[in-house]
Design a protein around this ligand. Structure first.
Ligand SMILES: Cc1cc2nc3c(=O)[nH]c(=O)nc-3n(C[C@H](O)[C@H](O)[C@H](O)COP(=O)(O)OP(=O)(O)OC[C@H]3O[C@@H](n4cnc5c(N)ncnc54)[C@H](O)[C@@H]3O)c2cc1C
Length: 356
């Protein structure tokens, strides 16, 4: 659609440029903060390595994992072979890291940085990274650059502003380390890069003898609640089926869940749908929810508010069904159908084959 092209052109225009420093000549070494679960490094952390690769050719990349128990060691082994650019894996094994709380993690980053003096520290812009990295940056007295979507040099980055309507090129001129959170969807890992068995990084333990875990007690882990579902993770799914306020009730969302099951898709929602308690908060897509960029994004009863678009505009193909022909979602949609979702979804359910 022409409007989509215009939006993209507008977004590509550099709105502001902060140019301050001279070229930085020191060599590059990057610490990537890795989130892991069930003995594997999570995909967004592997994307953080992919992003780190772009900081410079001679970049020595270290992944830092923290936790306790056997799943940590399994995750460390996965980290060592998850991307050929990783040259070292550091493992901090302590009860203090049994849960990924920001306070102990930030102290750990501070400790490792004081010891190894990395030029860059990178984390994915997930809840994990957004929670830890700014706190670690405060301890290290540097200003982090968040939500980076492109890297054009060791100290020059692109990040969205105005809910993604413009992109800002930022040159970092502060002291080391230069700390970044990156949008994982902007740094996809190619299958060739992932799970490289040819280059297995060395694994070493972080010396925690000087780590004072008693001085960290401002927050404590209570419990984890999450949807018990076999559907793919919203952040990494190839297909996302999203419902908005137009679905009208939590019960009607079940229709969308059935559709997602048939398509092997993840379910997403607008903030209006979340606020109306149709679905839990973790399904929210948008500026204050998850950022997704699937191959196919299907939006039903979604108006297309700017804050929602901010979270899905990079999807490869966007399909929208809305009964209002003037709904802004049609401006970003590749395929639009003006129609009643209560007729369209049952028809889709009827015509789509069962998932094998
Ligand atoms: C600071 C801030 C942050 C925000 N962050 C987010 C965010 O992260 N994510 C987000 O989504 N929103 C966010 N919002 C809210 C956002 O502004 C919108 O209010 C919200 O996205 C609207 O959700 P909606 O499209 O479901 O609802 P509505 O805007 O009410 O749209 C419902 C749509 O459904 C259509 N419809 C109704 N019935 C049918 C039917 N039977 N068949 C077909 N179509 C139908 C209507 O025509 C309408 O277009 C944020 C707002 C603010 C101020």
């Amino acid at each position: 659609m022409a409007t989509r092209g215009m939006l993209r052109a507008l977004a590509k225009r550099t709105l502001s440029q902060f140019s301050v420093s001279n070229s930085i000549s020191r060599s590059i070494s990057t610490l990537v903060l890795a989130e892991h679960e069930g003995g594997s490094v999570k995909a967004p952390s592997v994307s953080a390595v992919e992003a780190a690769k772009l900081l410079g050719e001679e970049n020595s990349i270290t992944m830092l994992l923290a936790g306790s128990g056997s799943s940590l060691q399994e995750a460390a082994e996965h980290a060592a072979s998850c991307h050929p650019s990783v040259s070292q894996v550091l493992v901090a094994d302590s009860d203090a890291f049994a849960y990924p709380l920001a306070e102990p993690w930030a102290k750990l980053v501070h400790l490792v940085q004081q010891r190894d003096d990395y030029s860059h520290v990178v984390a994915a812009s997930s809840s994990f990274g957004k929670n830890i990295l700014p706190r670690a940056a405060a301890l290290l007295d540097v200003s982090p650059i968040t939500d980076v979507t492109d890297i054009s040099g060791s100290h020059q980055f692109v990040r969205p502003i105005y809910a993604g309507n413009a992109l800002c090129t930022v040159r970092y001129s502060g002291t080391t380390p230069c700390m970044l959170t990156i949008r994982a969807t902007s740094f996809p890992v190619t299958p060739d890069s992932a799970d490289s068995k040819s280059n297995v990084a060395s694994i070493s333990q972080v010396d925690l003898s000087t780590f004072d875990k008693d001085s960290i007690g401002k927050s404590r882990y209570v419990k984890l609640t999450s949807e018990d579902t076999e559907r793919p993770d919203l952040g990494n799914a190839r297909i996302v089926v999203t419902g908005g306020r137009g679905l009208k009730s939590a019960d009607n969302f079940k229709m969308l869940e059935k559709l997602a099951e048939k398509l092997g898709a993840a379910v997403g929602a607008t903030r209006a749908a979340v606020d109306a308690s149709f679905v839990p908060n973790e399904l929210q897509v948008g500026q204050t929810g998850k950022i997704v960029a699937p191959e196919l994004y299907l939006a039903f009863g979604v108006s297309g508010a700017i804050q929602h678009i901010a979270g899905m505009r990079d999807s490869k193909i966007i399909v929208a069904v809305n009964k209002d022909a003037d709904a802004p979602i049609f401006q970003v949609a590749d395929y639009g159908l003006v129609g009643d979702l209560f007729e369209v979804i049952p028809e889709l359910l009827e015509k789509l084959p069962e998932k094998k």
